[in-house]
Design a protein around this ligand. Structure first.
Ligand code: SAM
Ligand code: SF4
Length: 470
């Protein structure tokens, strides 16, 4: 039994990161899942989606078969997100449902991901949710076979969560969700410690994969016919800085682009340390998509300082303008938090000022959610909910106006779209993404899924485009 510890999770030292390449599943554990079905439910960001691809592959190597229906499954693992309170609530709501199902059939329940790294969550699971059979964290996904086995053999709740700064485990098997677009981790963890954010505690220290491992992975994906890779990290600009022998993110991006895969994306870049070299590389290569997610969080210098964001409004706007000027047709989206402790009407107006200047292609907007253990959670949360909701509403109206305005520019244009699947809104249609990451719904046969096709845009709304395959 090993439970998470916030003090350990906060520590950072100069020890070298270990790269581990000895993943294996003991032969007697490979039959545990024979004739059994599993469901992995993923909450939160792309890192979690990517981790779930490892979790699914591990389970399938243990004999489990995937299914979509929880009622039919023998094992359910919830890969959780801790970023805001509502992410927590969703998971506890789902646990309630699983508990109910477990009352009438055999069901193994596991919890992992960022919530599993939180002390408060794990102690609640241990005291009030004893029907959860096992818990493992973001640092020990490779331990899943042993954790699961101990939960089955010992018939009691098994908790194994490491709060170390983190290693890199290179050779965990992957069951990719898609045959044409892939997530590729380039680094793990975060050392930025923005004062509101739980990620540096749940994901450990910033640690970069070796560029040769990343290049090898992308080359393999190209050979397999993949059309798109998205390089993943909490702050990709920091790639390589933790390893003396490593190249910079701009150099990595160049190497990846030169492999020749059709579409290269990356997410997320902190506005701090976004170098001119990075902008030049994005502008230079046609297969690096002209799309940047550049989180603002707040437009007020005072709030940015309280958030520990390390840039001012002026610096952000200079960077934004430089990107727009140097990268032809670039689309830029952002993240914004409203209602951070002490945010005044004037601070909020500064945020709106930035939004009016940037006219973003889109924005994820959030009401500040205190996360236990972060410095901001100790600040008095002195904005009432009504004010926070009013600010969010006002912000969203402006954000939506500009996304609609940007989308209208696509009307009657013909643009390349990677068709990714069946449209969620209308099962008779397909959906896909432009190079600028605009969602497009199109008429067309399923054979187009996985292809990059020319689409003429026939209608533009705030959140999507409609089009016809040419
Ligand atoms: N690493 C990315 C960056 O620096 O922008 C962000 C990763 S975080 C998973 C995604 C977004 O969640 C953040 O950009 C922020 O807007 C939002 N977020 C993080 N902590 C939050 C909190 N405590 N309350 C509300 N939103 C939060
Ligand atoms: Fe969180 Fe800031 Fe790190 Fe992004 S850069 S993951 S917001 S601490």
């Amino acid at each position: 039994m090993k439970t998470p510890n916030l003090v350990d999770a906060r520590k950072r030292n100069c020890d070298r990161v270990n790269i581990i390449r000895n993943f294996k599943i003991d032969s007697d554990l490979k039959r545990i899942g024979k004739n059994k079905k599993y469901v992995v439910k993923t909450y939160g960001c792309q890192m979690n989606e990517r981790d779930s691809e490892n979790i699914c592959a591990i389970l399938e190597n243990m004999g489990f078969k995937r299914c979509n229906d929880i009622e039919e499954s023998d094992l359910v693992i919830l890969n959780t997100c801790a970023i805001r309170e509502n992410a927590h609530n969703k998971v506890f709501g789902m646990l309630g449902r699983l508990k109910h199902i477990k009352e009438s059939k055999d069901l193994l329940i596991g919890l992992c991901g960022c919530m599993a790294q939180e002390e408060v969550v794990v102690s609640e699971i241990m005291s009030r949710h004893k029907y959860v059979d096992f818990v493992f964290g973001t640092h020990n996904i490779h331990e899943l076979p042993n954790v699961l086995n101990r939960a089955i053999v010992n018939q009691k709740q098994e908790v194994e969560v490491w709060s170390k700064e983190g290693d890199i485990v290179e050779d965990i098997p992957i069951k990719r969700e898609s045959k044409f677009k892939a997530w590729v981790n380039i680094m793990y963890g975060c050392d930025k410690f923005c004062t509101y954010c739980i990620v540096p505690y749940t994901r450990g220290k910033e640690r970069s994969r070796k560029s040769e491992d990343i290049i090898k992975e992308v080359k393999k994906l190209k050979e397999l016919g993949y059309k798109e890779v998205t390089l993943l990290g909490q702050n990709v600009n920091a790639y390589g800085r933790d390893r003396e022998e490593e190249i910079s993110f701009a150099e990595l991006l160049t190497k990846v682009a030169e492999i020749g895969i059709d579409r290269v994306r990356f997410v997320t870049s902190h506005p701090w340390n976004f170098t001119d070299e990075m902008i030049d590389v994005i502008a230079k290569y046609d297969n690096i998509m002209p799309y940047i997610h550049l989180p603002l969080q707040s437009g007020s210098d005072r709030i940015l300082k309280l958030m520990g964001r390390r840039y001012t409004q002026e610096e952000y706007l200079n960077l934004f303008d430089k990107m727009k000027e140097r990268i032809p047709g670039v689309a830029i989206t952002t993240d914004i938090i409203v209602g951070f402790p002490n945010e005044t009407d004037e601070d909020f107006e500064e945020t709106l000022k930035v939004v009016e200047h940037c006219k973003y292609d889109g924005a994820f907007t959030f009401i500040y959610s205190p996360r236990e253990g972060t410095p901001a959670a100790k600040m008095e949360d002195n904005i009432d909910l009504k004010t926070k909701e009013d600010r969010l509403h006002k912000l969203n109206e402006i954000v939506n106006k500009y996304s609609n305005m940007n989308n209208q520019k696509y009307l009657d244009k013909t643009v390349p779209v990677l068709i990714t699947g069946v449209s969620e809104k209308d099962n008779d249609k397909l959906c896909g993404y432009t190079d600028t990451f605009k969602l497009v719904n199109v008429e067309g046969g399923k054979r187009l899924i996985g292809e990059i096709v020319d689409v003429k845009i026939t209608d533009a709304k705030s959140f999507s485009l409609d089009g016809e395959v040419k």
